[in-house]
Design a protein around this ligand. Structure first.
Ligand code: DAH
Length: 339
């Protein structure tokens, strides 16, 4: 019997518990009314007199061991709960935090905003679902104007008046309608065209529109502004303006930046010429100013528009425009080091 109790003492000493319930079960098993201790106490009267002393001592030891165990386990559990309440389990290793990366379109867009905001341009936005007036008519593109065919338009359902904007020039119109000169604003945003998707073109992409309207704004101001931009953006200050046509500007020009022919990549992206076309621009047609409620006898202005996707592809050497909208984490992760 004594050996059995010794075994129980060893068991009680080795016992460990994580929850209140386990501790309570242990207490009931040893110290409860029908617990082991009472069972052994009941045996006491049957023990021969000469062994009573030793038996009594061993039962007492069991009692103390069990009581002590219950107390220390309870204390441990309480102090753990305190720590958990504030900090969680301090012994756990830290959770890895997945760090995201800015999308290359956002990187380039933010860079452009930053450059123009340094010379006083604010940022404006307009709706992606536009009406005919803001996307076309106010910009000198009345119905049946052949230049409308330059931009294959997505219309909303069957209403020919509601469409997905084909360019951010629509924001110029909205901005001029709602503000008085001096106006200096850039309008980044997504635009849509019904084009076959390939590595070089997509049915949606991103543009930034620029607009400057004030008294005595000249073509020289336009050129200065663009030269400042290419210098800041690409580190290239040599530009040329090629005469072109846009219905909303007169005169109009296409802007090329001299990229150089130093590397093999320069040769490839400039098709061996050293020049790279980066945007369209011009002096805002007086008729457009009038359409938007601005007196063209008092004010003049310039405007420009460029594609963000193309610039992002150029700067980050992205060979396929589709990568920009596929959300492939392996692609996006490569921009982690960029700001
Ligand atoms: N809206 C033109 C396009 O999508 C780009 C553009 C050209 C905007 C000349 C302008 C501009 O403001 O003056 O191709």
């Amino acid at each position: 019997m004594i050996d059995k109790i010794k075994e129980r003492i060893a068991e009680a000493e080795a016992f460990d518990a994580q929850t209140k319930e386990e501790i309570e079960a242990f207490r009931i098993k040893y110290l409860g009314k029908k617990g082991l201790l009472n069972v052994y106490f009941a045996e006491f009267k049957n023990v021969p007199n000469d062994q009573k002393k030793a038996f009594g001592q061993i039962i007492n030891k069991l009692k103390n061991t069990a009581e002590e165990k219950v107390n220390t386990l309870k204390e441990e559990l309480d102090s753990k709960a305190d720590v958990k309440g504030i900090y969680g389990d301090l012994s756990r290793p830290g959770e890895p935090i997945a760090i995201g990366a800015r999308h290359p379109i956002s990187l380039v867009k933010n860079q452009i905003i930053d450059i123009f905001s340094r010379i006083g341009f604010n940022v404006s936005e307009g709706p992606e679902i536009e009406d005919d007036w803001h996307n076309f008519t106010a910009l000198n593109l009345p119905e049946y104007h052949p230049a409308r065919d330059m931009q294959d338009t997505f219309f909303i359902q069957t209403d020919p008046d509601i469409l997905l904007r084909t360019h951010t020039s629509s924001v110029q119109v909205r901005y001029m309608e709602n503000n008085t000169p001096p106006i200096r604003t850039i309008s980044p945003g997504r635009v849509f065209r019904n084009e076959a998707i390939s590595s070089r073109s997509h049915c949606f992409f991103h543009q930034v529109e620029g607009l400057y309207v004030d008294k005595d704004v000249s073509f020289a101001d336009l050129k200065q502004t663009l030269q400042y931009f290419t210098t800041e953006m690409f580190g290239k200050s040599k530009i040329r303006l090629r005469p072109s046509y846009f219905p909303f500007t007169e005169p109009s020009a296409e802007v090329d930046v001299y990229w150089g022919l130093e590397t093999e990549i320069d040769h490839r992206i400039t098709k061996g010429t050293g020049w790279l076309e980066i945007m369209g621009c011009g002096m805002v047609d007086p008729h457009v100013l009038e359409n938007c409620g601005i007196d063209s006898k008092v004010y003049s202005g310039f405007a420009f528009g460029m594609g963000i996707d193309r610039i992002a592809m150029l700067l980050h050497q992205i060979g396929d425009i589709r990568l920009l909208s596929e959300n492939d984490v392996r692609f996006l992760e490569q921009f982690k080091s960029s700001l």
